[in-house]
Design a protein around this ligand. Sequence first.
Ligand code: 5GP
Length: 116
Amino acid sequence: MAEETLFTKIINRELPADIIYEDEHCIAINDIAPKAPTHLLVIPKKPIPRLVDATDEDAALLGHLMLAASKIARQAGVEDAFRLIVNNGAEVGQTVFHLHLHILAGKKFSESQLGF
Ligand code: 5GP
């Protein structure tokens, strides 16, 4: 069996994390090394390694993650201004190979560069 990802261990409570939201399909946690005053991660319970590994079967799950991100942003009080980021591949900064959405808010982002 494939080894559990870091995020699966967090989902299964085998590792500690600040879980601020949970439903049937995903959790949200505070990022351990925040790049903005609000930096949350929305993580599907299904351990899809990268966005490109998702298939048509995952369409409903991917939609669910977007709606969950919107709910979580509202819950965090940042619904009027947040950035949603998915890193796909080590070259663009993906370090945990279990799909996740970054919600970043509370600072000014440059308009020309889509990054942290
Ligand atoms: P990536 O670079 O893969 O897009 O994002 C991974 C994120 O997970 C990083 O922002 C990193 O700070 C965060 N992270 C890594 N390990 C942990 C951990 O053990 N707990 C939490 N809460 N966040 C983590």
